[in-house]
Ligand binder design. Structure first.
Ligand code: ADP
Length: 375
């Protein structure tokens, strides 16, 4: 099969690494010639937000997919009409791209998600309770385009852009569940994962799987995933990001229509990884067993603040001495503050052992550059 991917970043790279064990050809569309997928796929240089470039890239591909949702949907719609298989469907990507449509979808389908109102640029701010979270309708990523408005006095900080204003949830834990559906309608769900964020960078920092949750929370997650899978008419692999609040209620924060950072530990922690599963989805094969072998966790290797330039991974050799520990680098030559450069997966027999190892590794590994400081 000729499989085309919009975006040649680390998600695409790890997917291709896994899928290379089957017989296929991989093509990526990316603006950078040395993107993470460059060594293992044929790169077409271009902009995945440009209609003509996406349309041209899709020609001759049997399956077209994406590793980022900020892409040109209109071109995908045209390609689909021309007979190219597009997974996930352009319709679902369009809905997810726009926070307003995404929130309306949850409401319509009875999927619990924080209450919201819509704010349109140039119109009056809707009358609502404080505090609330403003989320830009389009273009948000890795926590950018999200801000908390605490009280009336802070309304002057509101971005004048189309957005969703939603209730601020008192979060106990952030959870994620990765689900898959193939064209035959078969579905599979990975175990629930806990996501622990770095408060400063607003980027995912740790994953712990399976999550420590009560039966009631587990049941709520199960109901949400079942409902979501039953009301989408598109094959795909999706990451459902959830809030578990102080009252033990579970809410959907957002859904990503693609491979996700919260599933990286499946590479060694589960019988099959999210990447293997995604391959099965794209080729409409029987879906893979998602069971976990042990406790597993992931630590993002993120560029340290203050360092910019050619990357140096300090302390990595020590990590390689540890048992049940796996290093994954993304092939990015240059580091900068907050850039995701790789990750480390750890497998352990108990949760306590896992958390201990992850914290040790976090304090021992630094992503820096040689003496070049950008401060
Ligand atoms: P992005 O898509 O850019 O990652 P998110 O919508 O996931 O943005 O928001 C980023 C982070 O902001 C979340 O992971 C969470 O920690 C916090 N957040 C977002 N919405 C809420 C909310 N309604 N209540 C509490 N915290 C929130």
């Amino acid at each position: 099969m000729r499989i085309g991917i919009l975006g040649g970043g680390q998600l695409g790279r790890m997917f291709i690494q896994e899928a290379l064990k089957y017989d296929n050809e991989f093509y990526v569309l990316d603006p950078s010639a040395d993107c993470p997928s460059a060594n293992i796929a044929q790169v077409t240089l271009g902009n995945f937000n440009n209609y003509d470039e996406v349309l041209a890239f899709g020609q001759g591909k049997e399956v077209l997919t994406m590793e980022i949702e900020h892409i040109n949907v209109a071109a995908l719609e045209t390609l689909e009409k021309q007979g190219v298989k597009v997974i996930p469907s352009p319709g679902i990507v369009k809905m997810i791209q726009q926070k307003i449509l995404q929130k309306r979808f949850y409401k319509e389908k009875g999927i619990p998600s924080p209450n919201f109102s819509v704010y349109r640029k140039g119109e009056a701010v809707p009358d609502r309770s404080f505090p609330f979270v403003q989320k830009l309708n389009t273009g948000g990523y890795d926590g950018k385009g999200v801000q908390v408005i605490e009280n009336k006095g802070q309304l002057s900080l509101l971005w004048e852009e189309d957005s969703v204003l939603e209730d601020l949830v008192e979060v106990k834990k952030e959870l994620s569940v990765i689900v898959a559906k193939n064209e035959n309608g078969e579905t599979r769900t990975f175990p629930v994962t806990e996501m622990v964020a770095d408060p400063e960078l607003n980027l995912l920092d740790f994953n712990i799987c399976p999550a420590e949750i009560s039966p009631s929370v587990g049941l709520q997650v199960q109901n949400i995933t079942r409902k979501f899978l039953s009301c989408i008419d598109s094959p795909g692999l999706f990451a459902i990001e959830l809030f578990w609040d102080k009252n033990d209620k579970v809410w959907v924060n957002e859904i990503a229509p693609r491979l996700h950072n919260s599933g990286h530990q499946t590479q060694e922690g589960n019988y099959n990884s999210q990447f293997e599963q995604f391959y099965r989805v794209l080729c409409n094969l029987p879906l893979a067993d998602t069971g976990h072998r042990a406790f597993s966790g992931m630590l993002n290797l993120v560029g340290e603040k203050g360092y910019e330039g050619k990357v140096i991974y300090e302390g990595l050799e020590e990590v390689l001495r540890l048992p049940k520990t796996y290093v994954h680098l993304y092939g990015k030559k240059e580091t900068r503050s907050g850039r995701k450069m790789g990750h480390i997966n750890v497998v352990a027999d108990t949760r306590a052992e896992l958390v201990k190892k992850l914290s040790q590794i976090k304090s021992g590994v630094k992503v820096r550059s040689r003496g070049q400081r950008d401060m």
